[in-house]
Design a protein around this ligand. Structure first.
Ligand code: NI
Length: 390
């Protein structure tokens, strides 16, 4: 059995924690119940230190190995899970479905939290490593930059974290498999807000108006030329304009229109280029139409960039759990992840753990697959025992 044997014994407990957390989803920084649940268990396991309130509701547990640390060894690694849910109405009819209308664990952070708790319990029992394993439970991954908030509260320095690792479940990746790549693995996420001020008027007298709907339509089309004509075809970028609000009567040309969208890129250079072209296209359409157009381009999560040496460490741990042929290379995803902030500060790697043939992330029918528990938990354990080996 490639998984850690003791983890098979712990599986029912980890699954029960997972389902308990699933029933009680909490959003962004308001993960008070989940954080209390985590902290209570870390204390029960006998962690050497349990810290709460980092990044408002983040929780950290420190577990000291019983082996002596040699000179030049890595002394402290951080393992990170996220705890927050999403504002989605659950459509699973599971016995442990969300008890809160309009909220659900649709990204599997319930599973991430439970698996890291499972690893913390095992590591607290066995302590078969040198140095310290720091388990990090963060709030607000879904758009709130909880990772950055924990870093700002001193997470990395206070606990002396030298390397940091993250894991996400992956629908479509078979159970018992892992996927990872060195370099960029998830995209930066930037927010675009555009407000068009035209001149309202009668639908039958368009020559006296500046039609904000037409200006918006031109903008949506022109912005698509950034990816198709400005970005190197061998690089990656997404510009998706996903909201367009204007008008409320069929015979009135509306004065204003609002557009909202998102930009995804995989390198700082392309990110820079897309922002610059966005500004130029907006200015050009404004000049062409006579409308006044305000653009706000707000940078969100950075690119998640896996460090080469730590990706190798992650691959080794995953192979020990899943077998050589079940650890796959993967193309980058254009979704975002605030683990990017941790990888900007410390070397580390982010890996995907198979969730099998489940509904996609953020889908109302999604559920974390409990069969993944033994694999994900064993990965964390191997990572600690390999990296903090004597
Ligand atoms: Ni997620």
């Amino acid at each position: 059995m490639p998984i850690v044997n003791r983890v098979a014994d712990l599986q029912p407990d980890i699954q029960a924690w997972r389902r308990n957390i699933h029933e009680h989803p909490e959003l962004l920084y308001e993960v008070h119940r989940t954080a209390a649940f985590v902290a209570e268990r870390l204390r029960q396991f006998g962690c050497d230190e349990v810290a709460t309130g980092l990044g408002r509701t983040g929780v950290v547990g420190v577990i000291r190995g019983r082996k002596p640390v040699g000179r030049g060894d890595i002394r402290v690694i951080g393992l990170r899970a996220d705890m927050d849910a999403l504002p989605i109405e659950e459509a699973t009819s599971l016995p442990y479905a969300s008890r809160t209308p309009g909220r659900m664990h649709a990204c599997g952070h319930d599973g991430h939290t439970a698996m890291l708790l499972g690893a913390a319990r095992y590591l607290s029992e066995t302590r078969n490593f040198a140095g310290k394993a720091v388990v990090i439970f963060q709030p607000a991954e879904e758009g709130g930059a909880g990772a950055a908030a924990m870093i700002k509260d001193g997470l990395l320095d206070r606990f002396g974290i030298e390397q940091v690792y993250g894991m996400h479940n992956g629908p479509g990746i078979p159970i018992g498999s892992f996927a990872i790549r060195p370099g960029p693995i998830m995209a930066s996420t930037d927010a675009v807000d555009i407000r068009i001020e035209g001149r309202g008027g009668h639908a039958a007298r368009p020559h006296t108006a500046i039609d904000s709907v037409m200006v918006g339509a031109q903008l949506v089309t022109a912005l698509q030329s950034i990816v198709s004509r400005s970005v190197d075809p061998l690089e990656s970028a997404v510009v998706s304009m996903c909201e367009f609000h204007a008008g409320n009567a069929r015979n009135v040309i509306p004065q204003t229109a609002e557009l909202k969208g998102t930009v995804r890129t995989l390198t700082p250079e392309v990110r820079e280029l897309v922002e610059q072209r966005l500004r130029e296209v907006v200015d050009g359409v404004a000049r062409m139409t006579g409308a006044k157009i305000d653009l706000s381009f707000e940078r969100g999560y950075p690119v998640v960039v896996n460090h080469a040496a730590q990706t190798d460490i992650a691959i080794r741990a995953a192979r020990e759990v899943a077998g050589e042929s079940n650890v796959h290379d993967m193309p980058p995803l254009m979704g975002g992840e605030d683990f990017a902030y941790m990888l900007e500060q410390r070397p580390g790697a982010f890996i995907f753990c198979g969730n099998g043939d489940s509904a996609g992330l953020h889908h109302p029918a999604y559920d974390f697959n409990d069969e993944a528990i033994v694999h994900g938990t064993s990965y964390w354990i191997k990572l600690v025992e390999n990296t903090l080996a004597v």
